[in-house]
Design a protein around this ligand. Structure first.
Ligand code: MTE
Ligand code: MO
Length: 317
């Protein structure tokens, strides 16, 4: 049931833009160098980053719940999008090659003091809690997940951005020796995403370090991933290594590949179809039910105010 012969959103070769082809040429040199150095895969997966025992169990925040049962853990940890490890949903085994310890997070760009910080140190400084959120993929499937993490706003405050900063750009690791998908020239690595600082400061914007009361499995974006529940899932960037504050709107990974289909805003809206399929309903993974999709994925009350002056922007793709 979970495996479909073909995913409509998978970009067929005919759909690849000239820009993607340009990027692919640009990347060939880097890959060739990696090959000549004889980089090889480690034989065993490294242990996941360990957070202090104080993190688990995290306080459950009752303000963030969902009126449907959570999705089975086994499904959430075995049905994934993580193109660094392949284009199918079945990448959990491949993702075990990701080395998540040590893990350094870079705080860069328009901040008072750019710096590198070990993730364990960062997490110690953050208010960790558990929240249950809906997750709505642009491919029209959804899951309900208990995340452990901290508000993105706490990280923004910690970074102390300058007044000139307007956007937060986030980057995934870039290491084709650990992530075979990054050897593909069709995509422009590393995966990148961005938010306005107003969005990053919204109470719902969350950085996750765990699911189901345990550290994130690699396939879900260990050791640190964005969880931004009112936007299509591709905005929720996994395995983040850099937070850069900038005055330029970042061009995200999917936008760079196919801007007509995947934009910067990507807010969930059942009334705005994807160019190739309807967004009116979604398949709830596990139950197989098709349920109506909600404006802002059910979070309109918290986030609609972010967009009141932006009616001319393509907010819903
Ligand atoms: N670095 C990176 N982050 C990513 C992706 C990816 O391919 N690479 N896929 C995105 C998409 S399309 C979705 S739906 C979610 C899936 O998260 P999950 O596997 O934890 O459910 O991760 C998002 N974050
Ligand atoms: Mo997605």
């Amino acid at each position: 049931m979970l495996t479909r012969s073909r995913r409509v959103w998978e970009v067929s070769e005919g759909k690849v833009t000239p820009e993607a082809i340009y990027l692919r040429r640009r990347n060939i040199l880097g890959a060739a160098i990696g090959g000549s150095l004889g980089l090889s895969f480690p034989a065993v997966a490294d242990e996941a980053t360990r957070f202090s025992d104080a993190v688990y169990p995290a306080r459950k925040n009752p303000a963030y719940g969902v009126d449907r049962p959570v999705t089975a853990e086994k499904l959430v940890t075995s049905y994934n999008n993580f193109y660094e490890f392949g284009t199918s949903k079945d990448i959990a085994d491949a993702a075990q090659m990701l080395k998540t310890s040590p893990w350094t997070v870079k705080i860069a760009g328009l901040v008072e003091q750019p710096r590198d910080i070990d993730i364990e140190e960062l997490v110690k400084a953050m208010p960790v809690e558990e929240r249950i959120y809906r997750h709505r993929c642009v491919e029209a499937w959804s899951i309900i997940v208990p995340w452990t993490g901290f508000p993105l706003k706490a990280l923004v405050d910690y970074a102390r951005p300058l007044g000139s900063a307007r956007y937060l750009k986030m980057l995934t690791f870039n290491d084709p020796s650990m992530a075979p998908g990054q050897q593909s020239f069709l995509y422009s690595w590393p995966y990148v995403e961005g938010l306005t600082l107003a969005e990053a400061g919204n109470e719902l914007a969350f950085m996750s370090i765990g699911v189901y009361g345990k550290p994130l499995p690699n396939q879900n974006g260990a050791p640190l991933r964005l969880t931004i529940p009112w936007k299509y899932g591709f905005k929720s960037i996994k395995s983040v290594v850099c937070f850069e504050f900038t005055d330029e709107r970042p061009k995200s990974f999917w936008e760079a590949l196919q801007a007509s289909e995947y934009g910067f805003w990507a807010n969930v809206n059942p009334k705005v179809p994807h160019p190739r399929w309807s967004q009116a309903t979604e398949e709830e993974i596990g139950t197989g039910q098709r349920i109506p999709t909600l404006l802002f994925n059910g979070y309109a009350e918290q986030v609609a105010g972010l967009y009141t002056d932006l009616e001319n922007e393509p907010l819903y793709r």
